[in-house]
Design a protein around this ligand. Structure first.
Ligand code: SF4
Ligand SMILES: [Zn+2]
Length: 261
């Protein structure tokens, strides 16, 4: 089957699949188009998801600055550990909640691009959105290691910014995107990204051009670079891998009669 048929008329881009595409077209193909499960281990996201959940619950019915309330929430959900307490405290130091007019956690945003073609739909789930001082201040909570010193350099942030921008513009607010690193090993957050109209036009064109490159793909050739492939979740099964190994997923064994076990 021609691989273009796997693309839908309106391609959906998300922060993670756009990040994949910027790393390697074949990585995007394996994940977004084929939906393959990872053949190689990737870092666990459990702690990050639990932390996101605790921050949402803490803000749902109280304040992150209220130590007694934070302790109640963590104890009630079985996460009253030094690591979680420290991450909440690090968040509270950056939290604008005392100045906000409104806020929401785990907000789904979407924005459709029609012209110039190709069309695409950008979607993103934003960890927290705070409205204060004329800003739509969007936050992405991070519990892993830091890769860059500026949010503007993070590809996935470009999809988040594009999808959020319509909401900021509709309310007459400036858009700021900040990544909050909650692990104590990270000294400073990357430089937050404040986007003016000109920057947003550039981001939209960047995403449109990426979707155009997707349509131009025939073979979804991989980058085949050791530095990129060695951390790839498909490195053991990818035909273009520069770091092949043994797949970690359970492999069915076949007996001589052809029966699987
Ligand atoms: S193993 Fe390398 S070439 Fe293959 S999908 Fe992953 S990054 Fe791309
Ligand atoms: Zn807070």
């Amino acid at each position: 089957m021609p691989t273009k048929r796997l693309l839908s008329d309106i391609i959906s881009i998300t922060p993670s699949n756009y990040d994949d595409f910027t790393r390697c077209a074949r990585l995007f193909y394996c994940t977004a188009l084929l939906g393959l499960p990872a053949s190689d281990p990737t870092p666990s996201t459990d702690q990050g998801l639990q932390m996101h959940d605790m921050l949402r619950k803490i803000h749902d019915d109280g304040e992150c600055h209220d130590a007694a309330h934070v302790a109640d929430v963590l104890v009630a959900h079985g996460f009253d550990t030094p690591a979680f307490r420290e991450m909440v405290a690090r968040h509270a130091n950056r939290c604008p909640s005392r100045a906000v007019e409104s806020s929401a956690h785990e907000v789904d945003v979407a924005r459709f691009h029609r012209f110039p073609t190709p069309m695409f739909m950008a979607t993103a789930r934003i960890d927290a959105v705070w409205i204060h001082d004329g800003y739509l201040d969007a936050r992405d909570y991070k519990t892993g290691r830091k890769f860059t010193d500026a949010v503007a350099d993070i590809h996935s942030a470009h999809v988040q910014a594009y999808a959020l921008a319509a909401h900021a513009q509709a309310r007459g607010l400036r858009l700021r995107l900040r990544y909050e690193y909650l692990q104590p090993e990270v000294d400073e957050d990357p430089e937050p990204w404040e986007l003016d109209d000109e920057t947003l036009i550039t981001v939209e064109e960047e995403l449109r051009a990426a979707v155009e490159r997707m349509w131009a793909q025939d073979e979804w050739r991989g980058v085949a670079e050791v530095e990129v492939c060695r951390t790839c979740r498909y490195r053991s099964i990818c035909r273009d891998s520069a770091a092949p190994g043994e797949a970690a997923w359970p492999v069915l064994s076949t007996d001589p009669a052809g029966r699987h076990s």
